[in-house]
Design a protein around this ligand. Sequence first.
Ligand code: SAH
Length: 365
Amino acid sequence: MPIELTNLAALSKAELQRLTARWGWSRYRTAQVWEWLYRRRAVSFESMTNLSVQMRTELAQRACIRWPVAVERRIAADGTRKLLIGLEDGRRIESVLIPDDRRLTLCLSTQVGCTLDCGFCLTGTMGLTRNLKAYEIVGQWVVAQQELDERPEGLPRRLTNLVFMGMGEPLANLPALTDALTRLTDPHGVAFPPRRITVSTAGLAPQIAELGRFQPAVNLAVSLNATDDATRAKIMPLAARYSIEELMAACRAYPLGPRRFITFEYVLLDRVNDSDDDARRLVRLLRGMRAKVNLIPWNPYPGTPFRRPADERIARFQTILLDARVPTYIRKSKGQEILAACGQLHSAEGEKTPQSVQPLHPAWS
Ligand code: SAH
């Protein structure tokens, strides 16, 4: 009977150490494998040339390296690339590469679908299929790097930022999220600078406190989207089980390093949350906080009653905040025509990958 191969990509560092300890390997050797996996992104054991031939053979007999695979890509005119990623059980998720001048941001998903069902968000209409595992979160970084290995035209060479703003609610999948963050920031592995990582939440107050205890500290973004509980409950029914007061208390308690801010995202919906009074209430809510605001004019998709406010309304909302000295940006929505912008990720109901879809890189499948 063939023995089942252990997928090393699916293991945390501690799990890898436990496994190789059973094989009688030294920590030093294990550390070398870890570096191959995350520094050099090896996808085969043959390439691990500083390991003895015997060790490589042993590895190949007992283990494999299987990351999620890119199934399809869509490229928008502004350079934004949406990657459709296939998981081991055939489900699919999306990640988005967003170039902006010299920055290159990768927007990662944390769930297949989403728990929260916010009325204005296309991902919300999918419902939740399942949480992603840590390696499926890290795997999105791997797939993005593989994309960059091909030196695509119009994209900077290196990722500069990671944002957890794709499909799903990161804080509803906190154990996998923190495991992934540990791998992504490990100085002996990916070594992504934690200050360039942002986790966005629809406002799960208790989990914000937990994320605040995570080391190394990452940036927090909160999708506030309304300034009173009633409106919030209408547009974000599940997230609104925590009141704005509780949410803001959790934000105030979030430990911020020097010169760090909390980002508040605010989807602007015509006549729902875009009045002058809303802007003034937002100013009051943020008083005394190190906060900045990202206004996201609603990105359309078919079949909802929502509208994007007129440009003058958006500008007026921003002006009220700026006049109150709240740093406020209007998020340029990138990749709209390929449904890659905020709230437009969907991936065909997280369906299983039809056999007819060829992976972009058959060798990895
Ligand atoms: N669940 C997390 C992570 C997703 S981030 C969170 O809510 O923060 C996705 C961001 O896009 C959120 O700020 C959300 O409010 C916003 N968004 C969702 N649908 C949108 C749409 N159709 N247009 C613009 N922004 C949208």
